[in-house]
Design a protein around this ligand. Structure first.
Ligand SMILES: C[S@@+](CC[C@H](N)C(=O)[O-])C[C@H]1O[C@@H](n2cnc3c(N)ncnc32)[C@H](O)[C@@H]1O
Length: 228
């Protein structure tokens, strides 16, 4: 349990969530998300543990990434699946028009990047084999997490929401590891705010509907899953 960061600081706002955030700084932040995710998010292991075993070469599988930010995680998943001879059709959504604009500025890809929310997809009645998100939960209020769970379960059979688990050492470690390397972006200040906004596993368990599981895939991380 955190001793100093005892309570979730849900009143704090990340600077990237400010519509007035300086565009170049935001762009630098999206660009560097890939390095941060390779260091801390563990998607390669999650892919091998939970997604790859559920796919075969017999058909195309569909995946929805919620809150794509810089879009590096859906790109990495597509690349790993292709290397394994698997066909994955990916839609990535983010309600922030600046994320959509950043995705449009990148080299073309078969991934469909769209500025839309989960509620609109639920209304459309679409379904996916897999729903994922990374570093999304800590952006949300308790009520929004509950809604995300309901929308995710309506949209897909297997759901993985991967995020930071709040801990004092996560805060100190993130500051020490990122401060020298990510200047000119919001990676360090927003990352530290993210740790303070993050749930602990018991807090998240208290918020999510029944049928959902909260586990710790690595130290200082949590995984909210459904349908595993
Ligand atoms: C910290 S970024 C993470 C981006 C990316 N998933 C990653 O891990 O690098 C959080 C993203 O979630 C998006 N977001 C915030 N609230 C959302 C919501 N209710 N539904 C979908 N995306 C949301 C933000 O616009 C932002 O791009």
């Amino acid at each position: 349990m955190p001793l100093v960061l005892r309570r979730r600081a849900a009143h704090l706002r990340e600077r990237m969530d400010d519509p007035a955030c300086e565009p170049e700084t935001l762009r630098a932040t999206y660009t560097r998300f890939g390095a941060v995710n390779r260091l801390f998010s563990g998607w390669r292991t999650l892919y091998h543990r939970y997604l790859r075993p559920r796919m075969g070469s017999d058909r195309v599988y569909s995946l929805l990434d919620v809150g794509f930010g810089g879009g590096d995680i859906p790109r990495a998943l597509l690349c790993w699946a292709e290397r394994d001879g698997l066909r994955l059709r990916i839609k990535a959504i983010d309600p922030d028009p600046r994320a959509a604009e950043f995705a449009r500025s990148l080299p073309p890809s078969p991934i469909s990047f769209e500025q839309v929310g989960t509620a609109e997809l639920v209304q459309q009645g679409v379904r996916f084999d897999f729903i994922i998100s990374n570093h999304l939960l800590h952006h949300l209020s308790d009520a929004e997490v509950t809604q995300l769970c309901q929308d995710s379960a309506a949209l897909g059979s297997v759901v993985l929401h991967n995020d930071i688990a709040r801990a004092d050492l996560a805060y100190l470690g993130f500051a020490a590891l990122t401060t020298p390397f990510f200047r000119g972006s919001l990676i360090t200040p927003d990352g530290l705010t993210s740790v303070r906004r993050a749930y602990t596993p018991p807090e998240l368990r208290a918020v999510v509907p029944s049928g959902w599981r909260v586990s710790r895939p690595y130290p200082y991380r949590l995984l909210l899953s459904y349908g595993l």
